[in-house]
Structure formats: structure tokens, C-alpha cells
Design a protein around this ligand. Structure first.
Ligand code: PLP
Length: 355
């Protein structure tokens, strides 16, 4: 049985305030205009000028030699792992990582690597944790090949890895001859929050990618960057997996628009997340994690309401928030205004008061 996403309950109104995910944004009028005006060509022949402009710009932004345009962030992780590793290799990553939990078991199904899960607060681990995970280089142990981090750490609460900690874990990995990979689905949120350029954040990592369908507000697309050799090999996997496209400039145009218009404004999403966290923290019994970027995790159970009941009651008012285990995750993005945050806080307070 393959599960489809849950449908809204019968009688639920359309979603007015969508805190479910930053993947839910719709292309803005300006972005649609850029899509309409895109110059296009055959992407898999290297002939799409808009895709080429995007990959050149992304290689520079991420401080790498080359970059490749892919349909999704998941494909960036899959292709990066296929390129860095061989079957039977081990990838060292946090126990909450997207590659472990949210890619449909692809690393068992397709890449053939095993993932060693590391513990640590907020989706992060330390250089000592990596040192403790080093296996002897014998024929009994799986060959360790890659260290992976998420910046920001999603299930870690949208937390931002400090630059020094990123560099420290990457140094340990490189000291062992491993490669390093950064899942930068929300890298620009980290860069805006910390005031650190993306190239600096990614300097210790052999490969890094950025998602355009999260806070940047494009309908699809992600860009993976690395050395010329790495990207050359990534192209082979893109072709093999059916990720080579044709007139993909219509999509790349939206991404270029996002780079021009939707990065600095991530600070607004972070301010909205903080306002939401402050409002929720005033509801007696709620446990709210302090947001660093655009994700607000909270546990309503201390107020005597389950995650499922609160989600369902809010959905009937056109407010969507996701539940992840015992926590709820509210995500701010460019289709969520400060006024909507106030409205959501009032609605949640009301549901709790009336339960
Ligand atoms: C969303 C996400 C991905 C996958 O990106 P898609 O574009 O949805 O395939 C990977 N890693 C993290 C941390 C994410 O949040």
C-alpha cells in the first residue's frame, strides 16, 4: 500500500493561512512574468541559456567550480551520494537527517549506501562525535566515504550550524579521506540569519545544494554544486535517473527571479517565526522551541490537546500546520504575512480555550 498525502477533512474550507511548509508558496506575479519571458533551449545538450545562467550564478554563489540544475532537492541528495559513494559505503549523518527519514528509502533502494546516524542536539553533531564514529579500516567494517550535514537542520528545529562547527566536522571527515556533502535545502535561511555568505558556509563541503522550492518561492528546481569533475559525474547520474530536461529555462527563470528578489526577505520570515513563537509561548502548557530561522516547533500536549486534534481544529478554520510525532511544525514563508501570524496565534489560543 502506497500512501498518498492526506486529503483535507470533509467540509474543510480552503487553506487561508498555510504554515504547513515553505514548499507551499505559489509563484508571484513577478516570477510568472520571468517564466513567460524566459529564453530557452535544450537543457540536456547544454543549450538552455537560462539554465546556464542559473548554474553559473549558483556555482559562484556557492563558491564551487560548477553546478547542475535538478528537478528537486531529493534528486540532489541522491545524485550527490551516487557520485561520492559506491554501494556498501557508509555515509555519516545526523539521526534526524532528511536522507534517512524522508527520501522513501532511496539509499537502500538506489544508492546502496548505509547511513550511520549520529546524535546531537538540534540536528547537529560535533567534531568529537565524528571522531567517535570513525571505524577501523579493516575488511570487516563498511568503508566510510561521506559526511553529510543539513544547513539549516530541518527536524533540528531549523537550527543554524555555526560556521566553526561546520568547518570542524568537515576537517575531521577530510582527515579520514572522506568527502563532505551539505544538504542546503534551506541554506539561504542560514546565511541570512547568520549574516554569512553561502560560499563561506559551504567552503568545507565538496558538494552543496540549494532548494528553490522552499523559502525562495519557485515552483520547482534545485541546484547542486561542486568541482568540475564531481558535476561531470553528476551529469551522468542525472541522465541515468531521467533528470535531464529539455526547455528547463522556464523553471530556471523562476529560480533566477528568486535569487534577485527572495533572499533578503527571508529575514521577514524569521521575524514572523519569532513573533509566532512568542505568541505560542504565552499559551499555558505549550512548550515552544526558540526558532533560529523560519521553522517553529512546539508541543501543545501540556495544554491538554493532542497534535492531531489541534491540527484538525485549525484546518477547519483554514489554517494548516503539520504534526511531526509529538511536535507541531509551523513554517513561515513569503505567502505568510505578519497579520496572518497574529490571526494564527489567536485561532490556536481560541481552540485551546474551547477544547
Ligand atoms: C525539502 C528537503 C529536502 C528535499 O527537497 P525536495 O525539493 O522536496 O525534494 C531535502 N533535505 C531537506 C533538509 C529538506 O528540507
Amino acid at each position: 500500500m502506497v500512501h498518498a498525502p492526506a486529503r483535507p477533512p470533509a467540509g474543510a474550507p480552503p487553506v487561508r493561512i498555510n504554515l504547513y511548509s515553505d514548499t507551499q508558496t505559489r509563484p508571484s506575479p513577478g516570477m510568472k512574468d520571468a517564466i513567460l519571458r524566459a529564453e530557452v533551449g535544450d537543457e540536456q545538450h547544454g543549450d538552455d541559456p537560462t539554465v546556464n545562467a542559473l548554474t553559473d550564478r549558483m556555482a559562484a554563489l556557492l563558491g564551487k567550480e560548477a553546478a547542475i540544475f535538478l528537478p528537486s532537492g531529493t534528486m540532489c541528495n541522491v545524485i550527490a551520494i551516487l557520485t561520492h559513494c559506491r554501494k556498501g559505503d557508509e555515509v555519516v549523518a545526523h539521526e534526524t537527517s532528511h536522507i534517512l527519514h524522508s527520501e522513501g528509502g532511496t539509499h537502500a533502494a538506489l544508492t546502496g549506501v548505509q547511513i550511520m546516524p549520529l546524535r546531537g542536539p538540534k540536528g547537529m553533531f560535533t567534531a568529537d562525535d565524528v571522531r567517535a564514529a570513525i571505524r577501523p579500516k579493516t575488511r570487516y567494517a563498511p568503508p566510510q566515504r561521506l559526511l553529510e550535514v543539513e544547513q539549516t537542520a530541518n527536524i533540528g528545529g531549523g537550527a543554524v550550524w555555526p560556521l566553526a562547527q561546520l568547518n570542524a566536522v568537515a576537517d575531521v571527515a577530510h582527515g579520514q579521506g572522506w568527502s563532505t556533502h551539505m544538504d542546503g535545502a534551506r541554506l539561504m535561511n542560514a546565511c541570512v540569519a547568520a549574516g554569512i555568505p553561502a560560499a563561506e558556509m559551504a567552503a568545507g563541503f565538496d558538494s552543496v545544494w540549494l532548494d528553490f522550492t522552499k523559502g525562495l518561492g519557485a515552483p520547482l528546481g534545485a541546484v547542486l554544486a561542486g568541482s568540475e569533475d564531481f558535476i561531470g559525474e553528476a551529469w551522468r547520474w542525472k541522465q541515468r535517473l531521467g533528470g535531464s530536461m529539455r526547455q528547463a529555462g522556464v523553471c530556471a527563470a523562476a529560480c533566477l527571479y528568486a535569487l534577485d528578489h527572495n533572499i533578503d526577505r527571508l529575514a521577514d520570515d524569521h521575524a514572523n517565526a519569532k513573533a509566532l513563537a512568542r505568541g505560542l509561548a504565552q499559551i499555558p502548557g505549550f512548550v515552544v522551541e526558540e526558532p533560529e530561522t523560519n521553522l517553529v516547533f512546539f508541543d501543545p500536549r501540556g495544554a491538554g490537546i493532542t497534535v492531531a486534534d489541534l491540527s484538525a481544529a485549525l484546518r477547519l478554520q483554514g489554517i494548516q500546520i503539520s504534526g511531526l510525532g509529538g511536535r507541531m511544525r509551523a513554517c513561515t514563508h513569503l505567502d505568510v504575512s505578519a497579520a496572518m501570524i497574529e490571526e494564527a496565534i489567536a485561532a490556536i489560543r481560541d481552540v485551546v480555550a474551547k477544547r
